[in-house]
Design a protein around this ligand. Structure first.
Ligand SMILES: Cc1ncc(COP(=O)(O)O)c(C=O)c1O
Length: 440
């Protein structure tokens, strides 16, 4: 059997990775690729960081993993303290896992167990949003407003109710400007009422949408308005920060920017920066206390939850981010980077929108700036930009379909938080060249 068949995707023509060096990846022929998107916004402090590798190696030399029901460990305890400190005083629990999908599954299960512990087991339905992605496991996929990824599994997914995306560039028909947030809050309110608040466990959303929308920050006031609706109906709020969290947007939790406290946060990608797979479901003390009082323990997690070497990797990554003040860097330099990208692409009429927060920047390409009409799907514009960038030694993240019906072209830019000035300049330069070539 060919390797392609064995692993389930097409390897033909892909370069063979052999080395990482800060913001660069290097293939077997010696070609260098500037990591302008952290793959899918995962590699928060670049590749082969000597301090992170030393921390992992030192941990492996001691022990790879102490099983979570038999042992605690220093990396586990210190990472947990650090994560909880970043999330704020309301939060008291962290259940680790190895991916974003698992972190979202954990969030769903914590919500369900909480309502069960409160003797309200009928509160078991979830409300999520159109044009969202929450993961590939069946529960997380059920929450995902992403038809292209759901279709083959649709009949086996949970019955999740979907409300509109919070997208100021592509609002629901007839709704724009200041009317958007009240419309969305009213829609959620009505949806909870029609399902019956006694049947709804949680509202799940990405504070800044990633792959399903090409970086879509919610409009100002959105999170606050949705929080009020959730509180009114005793519905939990789950923030999926797998892509936008762990500092990517310039605050450790993306929700901190909104000044709104969710009940449960899912993180993954940037937590250990790709050095070892690591995700986490983080939730409020009050939820944990209720669950533990009723059931004795939190019934989610996996064999390798809190894997010692994975926690050592996460701790090393997070300590570097703190020590080198990288959140501050992402916040301030991110705003400038966004302006630089906007300026570099200004001459291309097809660039309809440049948006985002921190080092999480989306570029949307449209056939007509005034009407925001997307390019035909057959043109494959975002993939073409990606190909030209990759050929030129720049990694970006193309997303198609954000405008619905398979239409829409966006590009995500998400460099390592510690990328140098020269690397950011190279990123902008090569991005502009790739856009120009694809549009030619
Ligand atoms: C917002 C969001 N949630 C969940 C996931 C699933 O994460 P993973 O692919 O690590 O399972 C992703 C992956 O892209 C994501 O962007």
């Amino acid at each position: 059997m060919s390797v392609n068949r064995a692993i389930g995707w097409d390897l033909d023509g892909l370069p063979r990775i052999v080395r990482g060096e800060g913001s660069y990846l290097i293939d077997a022929t010696g070609r260098r690729y500037l990591d302008g998107s952290g793959g899918p916004a995962a590699f928060s402090i670049g590749h082969a960081h000597p301090e992170v590798n030393a921390a992992i190696t030192a941990q492996l030399a001691q022990v790879a993993c102490g099983y979570r029901y038999l042992f605690t460990s220093e990396p586990l305890e210190q990472l947990t303290a650090l994560v909880l400190r970043h999330c704020g005083a309301d939060f008291g629990h962290v259940v680790y896992c190895a991916s974003g999908s698992e972190a979202v599954e954990g969030a769903m299960k914590v919500a369900l167990q909480y309502w069960n512990a409160r003797a309200l087991p009928s509160k078991c339905r979830f409300i999520a949003r159109q044009r969202s992605y929450h993961g590939s496991t069946l529960g997380a996929l059920s929450l995902s407003g992403f038809d292209e990824r759901r279709a083959p599994f649709a009949r086996s997914l949970l019955d999740v109710s979907f409300v509109s995306a919070a997208n100021a560039y592509r609002p629901p028909p007839g709704v724009a400007g200041d009317a958007l947030v009240p419309f969305l809050a009213d829609e959620l309110d009505q949806r909870i009422r029609s399902l019956g608040a006694g049947n709804v466990a949680a509202f799940v959303f990405e504070p800044v949408v990633g792959a399903a929308g090409g970086v879509v920050p919610a409009p100002p006031g959105y999170a606050q308005a949705m929080r009020e609706v959730c509180d009114r109906h005793d519905v939990l709020m789950i923030a999926d920060e797998v892509m936008c969290g762990s500092g990517r947007c310039g605050t450790w939790s993306a929700m901190a920017h909104e000044g709104v406290v969710p009940d449960i946060i899912a993180v993954a990608k940037g937590l250990a920066g790709g050095y070892i797979p690591l995700g986490a479901t983080i939730f409020r003390r009050a939820l944990g206390a209720t669950i533990i009082e009723a059931h004795g323990s939190i019934l989610t997690g996996h064999t390798f939850s809190g894997h010692t070497a994975a926690c050592a990797a996460g701790l090393a990554v997070q300590r570097i981010i703190e020590r080198d003040a990288l959140l501050e860097r992402v916040r301030t330099r991110g705003a400038t980077l966004q302006q630089e990208i906007r300026a570099a692409l200004a001459r291309h009429a097809a660039v309809g929108d440049v948006r985002g927060r921190g080092y999480f920047i989306g570029i949307e390409l449209v056939r007509d700036r005034a009407t925001r009409q997307p390019f035909p799907a057959g043109r494959g514009l975002s993939n073409a930009i990606n190909r030209h960038a990759f050929d030129d030694g720049l990694i970006i993240f193309p997303c198609a379909g954000n405008a619905g019906d398979g239409l829409g072209d966006t590009i995500i830019i998400a460099p390592p938080y510690n990328a140098s000035e020269a690397e950011l300049a190279e990123l902008v330069d090569k991005l502009e060249r790739a856009v120009a070539r694809a549009l030619r």
